[in-house]
Structures are given as C-alpha cells and as structure tokens.
Design a protein around this ligand. Structure first.
Ligand code: HEC
Length: 138
C-alpha cells in the first residue's frame, strides 16, 4: 500500500469518526434549520430565540400570560415543571441533558404542541429556528 493511499484511508476514517461523534444532535437541528430556511426563514438568532422563549402571550380563554419558561424555566440547564400537570420536565439544554435535540421528529412534535398551548397558534419557521439555535447553545 502506498503512503498516499494509507493516509487517505486514515483521513476518511477520521472524517467518519468526526461526523459520527457530535453527530445526531447537530444534524437534527441542522436539518430543521435547513427546512425552515426553505420556508423563508433566515439569519437565525439565539438572542431572538431567548426573547421569544420568555415572551408572555395572554391566553384568550383564561386571560393568563403564557410563555415557554413557565414549564422550562429561564435556566435551561435546570429541571422544569409542567405548568398544568406539575410533572417534572428534564432540562432542555443539551449540555445538561444529552438526549435533547437529537430527534427531528420529536422536536417538531413538541414544538407543535407547545407553540399551540403557549401562543394559541403555530410557531413560525423563524421563531422555531431562533429558539432551536438558542437551546442548542445551552
Ligand atoms: C405547558 C408546559 C410547556 C410549555 C409552556 C412549553 N413546553 Fe416545551 N415541552 C414540554 C413537555 C412536557 C415536553 C416533552 C417532555 C420532555 O421532553 O421532557 C417539552 C419538550 C420540548 C422540546 C423538545 C426537546 C427535545 O428534543 O427533546 C422543545 C424543543 C420545547 N419543548 C420547546 C418549547 C418552546 C419553544 C416553548 C414555547 C413556545 C415550550 N417548549 C413551551 C412542556 C412545555
């Protein structure tokens, strides 16, 4: 085997390893961001995501303010508590909970449900992208 061929194999192995290790988390969010971009969103911002996450919206039925932080708290590395059932919610921050943001279908399912409850409507692709970029960095 030539030296060049050997180092080529080593390089390919290293690339494969590098993409497999930080893997799932990065790609689930990246896939969703790409999808949101196709829907017209752009320039995702963790700052906008943070503001969105703690912005209160008055619920039409109860007149009470609702926001993401009601259940997830403002410190995403901490355990949250469901605002209506009182159930424990494991931290959203991937740094505290490595299972977070690993499955695009789960993320979309929960965003759909949580946006509906919190805002009384779907989140826009821009809002979802901003919030995912913010959560990913926690
Ligand atoms: C009424 C309580 C509640 C509110 C308000 C709420 N969530 Fe959640 N959220 C949950 C629950 C319950 C889960 C699923 C259980 C779990 O994953 O621990 C969840 C899961 C998620 C996940 C899934 C993460 C993953 O991949 O595991 C994301 C993202 C999320 N919420 C974002 C939001 C955003 C953004 C808002 C505001 C628009 C919000 N949540 C408001 C209760 C809430």
């Amino acid at each position: 085997m030539t030296h060049v061929r050997k180092s080529l194999i080593a390089l390919i192995a290293a690339l494969g390893w590098a993409s497999a290790v930080p893997g799932a988390r990065a790609s689930a969010v990246d896939d969703l961001l790409k999808h949101y971009t196709e829907l017209g969103a752009a320039n995702f911002s963790a700052e906008a995501g943070e503001a969105f996450f703690d912005r209160a919206v008055i619920d039409a039925k109860t007149g009470e303010p609702r926001k993401c932080t009601l259940c997830h708290t403002t410190d995403l590395r901490r355990t949250g508590k469901h605002a209506t059932t009182g159930k424990v919610i494991e931290p959203l921050a991937p740094s505290a909970n490595p299972k977070r943001l690993t499955d695009a279908r789960d993320i979309e399912k929960w965003l759909a449900r949580n946006c509906k409850w919190t805002l009384g409507r779907e989140c826009t692709p821009q809002e979802m992208g901003d919030v995912l970029v913010m959560i990913r960095g926690r």
